[in-house]
Design a protein around this ligand. Structure first.
Ligand SMILES: Cc1cc2nc3c(=O)[nH]c(=O)nc-3n(C[C@H](O)[C@H](O)[C@H](O)COP(=O)(O)OP(=O)(O)OC[C@H]3O[C@@H](n4cnc5c(N)ncnc54)[C@H](O)[C@@H]3O)c2cc1C
Ligand code: SF4
Ligand code: SF4
Ligand code: SF4
Length: 383
């Protein structure tokens, strides 16, 4: 019997999935079992195109789910909006899950019918830059790479020949490579906001690389795991005290790295300089609206407060569109990085929005996307 709070180590009983999976294929097997046994109608996963490219799909085909096994560190897609209006199970990094929770607060997602399997996340990288990094820093042909892993502050690259090469993330990032900026300061590495929190941290001994550490966060997590065990899709055993302590320790190392990056990036701007700072940051904006389109914390659609002020004839240096959005998202930006990823003018949109949101979220000890708790202020909801 599975209970909330259980910490187990498990893997897929299907050898193919176990070998293809990032660490034992437990996540794929749990998703496939949820579909097979009718816990959900559909599953969201990534369809692999190459080691550097994948597209999100929603499928009711168990074989497509099984084929999705494996972690794609160079695919910084956010899956949150794929859950909208569906009865699905989906994997996701902490930011994907935070996005789903923000969508649920806005009644776009029925959280009771959405099963969330969280993946520990040390960060994601841009595909083109990663290829360059592999050649220049690792001296590895990008086409030889079969997988990556983040362990003890190192980015480990695995090749076809079975070799592994690790370089410290600090060193890579000093050289201008490594994780996206938002991942560097992201401070949720274990997705405790999901139904299950899964990852390879804490998997030691002969199971290392071949099994997943999984924490059961709530009753939906219990259902997911029990369903997969009963269906014969996974095998599990309790995590040892040593495994639990190691996972905790690695998480703390990653969080202290995030803190260092936060201190480096979010330098204090005197109040008298603030308006100038935001105007300058958005001076090159071409008003394309892509940052709003991808935002998982935004559900307003076409008719929204910010688009009302999205007037290309504005003679303000900074579009009113951003002023409204900065206010609107100050209680709900989750720092997922998607707005920076899509900006054609190379504006660090995430860092600007996080800087603005940090002040209010910190003051009210509120972290968007972690629970269904309503934002503490700003939004005045009609009763
Ligand atoms: C970007 C990324 C970074 C990670 N970093 C760490 C880490 O630092 N420490 C740690 O302990 N664990 C990390 N993990 C989790 C770990 O790699 C495994 O996913 C986890 O241990 C489960 O293994 P598995 O074999 O059960 O998963 P699998 O059975 O291989 O299933 C993986 C699932 O993840 C989905 N997926 C793959 N790539 C992505 C992506 N980019 N975004 C969203 N979903 C995706 C796939 O569709 C699949 O459903 C990371 C995962 C990802 C995706
Ligand atoms: S923002 Fe956080 S959870 Fe999302 S990809 Fe980056 S490190 Fe992972
Ligand atoms: S504003 Fe940017 S970083 Fe914040 S939630 Fe929206 S897309 Fe993500
Ligand atoms: S994506 Fe960039 S250019 Fe487009 S509206 Fe947003 S900030 Fe402006």
């Amino acid at each position: 019997m599975v209970e909330v709070g259980d910490r187990i180590i498990g893997y897929s009983t299907d050898t193919g999935v176990r070998n293809k999976g990032a660490s034992g294929g437990l996540v794929t097997a749990v998703l496939a079992a949820a579909l097979e046994k009718g816990l959900v109608e559909e599953v969201v996963v990534l369809k692999h195109i190459s080691e550097y490219e994948a597209v999100p799909i929603i499928t009711s085909d168990v074989n497509e789910v099984l084929a999705s096994a494996g972690s794609m560190h160079t695919v910084p897609v956010n899956l949150a909006k794929y859950a909208v209006g569906k009865n699905v199970a989906m994997p996701g990094k902490a930011c994907d899950i935070r996005g789903v929770i923000e969508q649920a607060k806005r009644n776009e997602v029925d959280i009771d019918n959405t099963y969330l399997i969280g993946l520990n996340c040390g960060g994601t990288m841009y595909p083109v830059q990663t290829r360059e990094m592999l050649i220049n820093m690792y001296e590895i042909d990008p086409e030889d790479v079969t997988g990556e892993n983040i362990e003890k502050g190192n980015l480990i690259i695995r090749t076809r020949s079975g070799e592994e090469k690790g370089i410290s993330i600090d060193e890579l990032e000093e050289a201008g490579y490594g994780r996206r900026e938002s991942c560097r300061y992201c401070d949720v590495k274990i997705p405790v906001n999901a139904d299950l929190a899964c990852g390879n941290w804490g998997v030691i001994g002969e199971l290392s690389g071949n099994a997943t550490f999984c924490e059961v966060m709530n009753e939906k997590g219990v259902r997911l795991l029990e369903n997969a065990i009963e269906a014969g899709f996974i095998e599990v055993q309790p995590a040892s005290d040593k495994a639990i302590a190691i996972r905790e320790k690695v998480n703390n190392v990653m969080l202290s790295m995030s803190e260092k990056w936060s201190e480096k990036i979010f330098t204090e701007i005197p109040d008298s300089e603030r308006t100038r700072y935001y105007m300058e940051q958005f001076a090159d904006c071409i008003d394309c609206g892509a940052c709003k389109e991808v935002c998982p914390a935004c559900t307003c659609g076409e008719d929204s407060k910010c688009t009302m002020y999205h007037n290309l004839e504005d003679n303000y240096r900074m579009s009113m569109f951003h002023m409204v959005r900065l206010m609107h998202l100050s209680d709900s930006c989750i720092g997922c990085g998607q707005c920076t990823d899509v900006c054609p003018a190379d504006i660090p949109v995430t860092t600007i929005f996080r800087r603005f949101a940090e002040k209010s979220q910190k003051k009210y000890n509120y972290k968007a996307g972690m629970t269904l708790e309503r934002p503490p202020f700003l939004e005045v909801m009609p009763r």
